[in-house]
Ligand binder design. Structure first.
Ligand SMILES: [Zn+2]
Length: 265
């Protein structure tokens, strides 16, 4: 008989490509729904970023000093004013900023969001001027993203083995893909928190006034909230996708007992 799978003396019904497809559609819909709050969770940060713009001239002055105060200029770190650079739109328009550890450039629209720059200098400190542990965290960023992304792929893989079958390494990864996706993002979240902390300290050292230091702390905690929720919701989305694909694609036990019970009448 085709479509039947035997394991441990039990008979299992293999799933058809159609049920796999149904599972995939449902899994994408559910993980999309789980991730949808991220659009809202990022809003408080973006709103405050806009609100800080009238103070930009104060932040900017301090940000340029902060590069010297940190000693990062001696390590080859440069500030690239994104508004004049040939960079991605989000950086040019001042909705995002970044530090590139390879070119050692801090890319930020200094006419709009210099306030975000301190955090990027914090990343630079993590990558270039820190003890092994934090340096390691900074190095784990990209592998972290990679592993978390890979887990989404594992989550939607079709199950070919029935429940209770011996587990290979790949199966164990599949069984725990939600947890792994979450854990892989933790170094990213931790490194973000440390970058913010160091950025705020730099701003203080460079002479940023008390009120704006307060604003900076608020702004950075909102950014961290989005990173934290991304890790949690990302893990949950992968977990849910896996459960759904499990339900739709794992070979189903053919339960002969129900016939026996029925025959007893
Ligand atoms: Zn960051």
């Amino acid at each position: 008989m085709t479509g039947v799978y035997y394991y441990n003396g039990n008979e299992y019904q293999k799933r058809t490509p159609l049920t796999e497809f149904e599972g995939l559609v449902l899994a994408s819909a559910v993980s999309g729904a789980i991730l949808s709050p991220l659009a809202y969770l990022g809003k408080p940060f973006m709103n405050q970023l806009k609100k800080e713009e009238p103070n930009n001239h104060i932040y900017k002055d301090c940000f340029e000093k902060a590069l010297k105060v940190s000693g990062l200029d001696e390590r080859g770190v440069e500030i690239i004013p994104a508004q004049f650079a040939n960079v991605e739109k989000q950086f040019r328009e001042g909705t995002n900023a970044c530090f590139d550890p390879i070119t050692k450039k801090v890319v930020v629209n200094t006419d709009k969001i210099s306030c975000a720059g301190f955090h990027e200098l914090g990343h630079a400190l993590n990558a270039l001027k820190s003890k092994y542990g934090v340096k390691y965290l900074a190095k784990m960023r990209y592998p972290g993203y990679l592993i978390a992304g890979l887990m989404e792929y594992f989550a939607i893989f079709s199950r070919t083995k029935p429940k209770g079958a011996p587990r290979s390494t790949g199966d164990i990864i599949e069984d725990n893909c939600g947890k792994i996706a979450f854990l892989a993002m933790l170094p990213v979240v931790a490194e973000e928190a440390i970058a913010s902390h160091r950025g705020i300290n730099l701003a203080k050292k460079a002479g940023l006034n008390e009120q704006l230091v307060k604003n900076l702390k608020k702004l950075y905690s909102k950014a961290l909230l989005t990173y934290g929720s991304r890790a949690v919701l990302g893990g949950l989305a992968v977990f849910a996708s896996r459960k759904i694909m499990d339900y739709f694609t794992r070979p189903k036990l053919i339960d002969d007992n129900k016939y026996y019970v029925y025959n007893e009448y």
